[in-house]
Design a binder for this molecule. Structure first.
Ligand code: CDP
Ligand code: MG
Length: 138
């Protein structure tokens, strides 16, 4: 099934000049970038994005991290894009992420794990709406 998913390159990834590397991996896999922007995410947007984690102890910190510098928001499309991208990014905790994944290759700590990607098709739909209010190409 063709799907579109949201990827965020978090401020740590932008700071470390990993935009190109991450986009390269996505494109090399055969997935297509159909939306891309560099932005300073408003706090309210990030709070809404992570609403499912509102009651978690790390909520404040993750919101602070996502608003600490510019992020890159990507809409990524292709066959099974949601699962494919999740797998490419690796486990949430980089210490558990396999080599060959973005987190396994470039990150060491859960609070600086470089990327976000939508967890399922339903989340992807909601998140794309949140981050790309403009229309994406069909
Ligand atoms: O990003 P992912 O979907 O893999 O993980 P999540 O469980 O949805 O958590 C969202 C984000 O919160 C993570 O990517 C981390 O940046 C952060 N987090 C954290 O700092 N400490 C935790 N114990 C869990 C998550
Ligand atoms: Mg998540």
């Amino acid at each position: 099934m063709e799907e579109t998913t949201l990827v965020l390159i978090k401020p740590g990834g932008v700071e470390r000049n990993l935009i190109g590397e991450i986009v390269r991996r996505i494109e090399a896999r055969g997935l297509r970038v159909v939306g891309l922007k560099l932005m300073s995410a408003p706090k309210a947007l990030v709070q809404e994005h992570y609403a499912e984690h509102k009651a978690r102890p790390f909520f404040k910190d993750v919101v602070a991290y996502l608003t600490s510098g510019p992020v890159v928001a990507l809409a990524v499309r292709g066959e099974n894009a949601v699962k494919a991208v999740r797998a490419m990014m690796g486990a949430t905790n980089p210490i558990e992420a396999s080599a060959g994944t973005v987190r396994g290759d470039f990150a060491l700590s859960i609070d600086d794990n470089l990327t976000h990607s939508s967890s399922d098709v339903k989340a992807a739909k909601a998140e794309l709406k949140l981050w790309f209010s403009e229309k994406l190409p069909r």
